[in-house]
Design a protein around this ligand. Sequence first.
Ligand code: PMP
Length: 442
Amino acid sequence: QSALLNERTGRSREMYAQASVHLSGGVASSYQGRDPWPIYIDSGSGDRITDVDGNEYYDFHNGFGSMVQGHAHPAIGDALGKRYPLGTHFAAATEDSIVVADELARRWGLPKWRFTNSGSESTMDAIRIARAFTGRDTVMKIFGSYHGHHDTVMVSIGVEYDKIGDRENLASLPYGAGIPQAVVDMTIAVPFNDAPAMERRIERLAAEGRLPACVIMEAAMMNLGVVLPEPGYLEAVREITAKHGIVLIFDEVKTGLTIAPGGATEKFGVTPDLVTLAKALGGGLPSGAIGGTEEVMAVVESGKVYQVGTYNGNPLSMAAARASLFEVLTPAAYERLAELNDRIVNGCQAVIDKYDLPGYAVGIGSKGCVTFATEKIVDYETFKGAQDVPLSELAWLWNMNHGIFMTPGREEEWTMSVVHSDQAVDAYIAAFDSLAAALTEA
Ligand code: PMP
């Protein structure tokens, strides 16, 4: 499958040679790379994209879940077209930012908002706000969770199984070089779906005089495929954090606007103190947001914390976000997403059952995946222990060769857009069926 993909992407190969001269590794972000060369994209429209070799794909990657609106949505195009002639940047707030903040406050039930330009900026600022609010330095996160590329959260992800450490005392290890050990030591990780383990760790930290400022987590983990919270888990976390005066941050960079109008907060009915958004908010334009309670966000309002950025609330991003919230991501759109996701999850599960494959299909909102594993994945430890890596990687190549553009690697999930057709979903299921048939024959 790898050789076949290479054969079909000759122009990408040429572009890679050209790109590598001045673009490090030939790509703009390390996550865009691929061995032996990346696939360069030419264009996208609706639920499809075309690469520079002219290969067409149904897009289930959707820019790591940013494009839940679909590519080149006319409502967003119109909003940008109207905004551009009026000027695109003033480093001063525009009316759209007020309307967007009001709508996010309504959807999340959190009254105070600020804007950023990416998920990493949102989580970085949210953690600073939590530290300022509590006067504490330690940060608690979930082992294996990704929250962006700033130092504090580039810890305890992508760790090899034998280096995880014991469950009660999980390792804090940097993800790549360049992260100071002093920062790594300030980030403590606990396993997902295990509230008692979180509470024990918090109590031990309290005894050491190191109570965390915050717990930052995704309500449903979105970088081990899709791992849903077990019943009662989020409620327990809410209770434990409240008890210790720890700011609970739901990182909804992926789940926000993709799994329900008010994200995981609405879906699971547990409200954090702070929420971070990005990706789907801007309909493909760089954007992010932080929402919070009056009490916690007061550190921003009082000027105690500098929550700043030249491009925060950029007029183009805000125009796109406004159009997206009011014209594209409507209640009817979320019903359609649920319908599409049911179709793909059920279709994939039927294939798994038919061929008796080791794994299961899982989905929520517009997101989901086929998890190739011998047992249910509930946290990083089970992910590392049970996931079938070669099969997951083969599935990605197979998809690419069958006109399905998917997130690279085995940690991600599909994101459906509101303009995905039944036909696109059926193509995904058919590709999966053909992979299962080929595996069974082999
Ligand atoms: N938080 C989560 C949960 C994410 O999935 C990501 C990106 N995949 C980020 C934060 C960082 O967002 P960005 O890449 O926009 O900085």
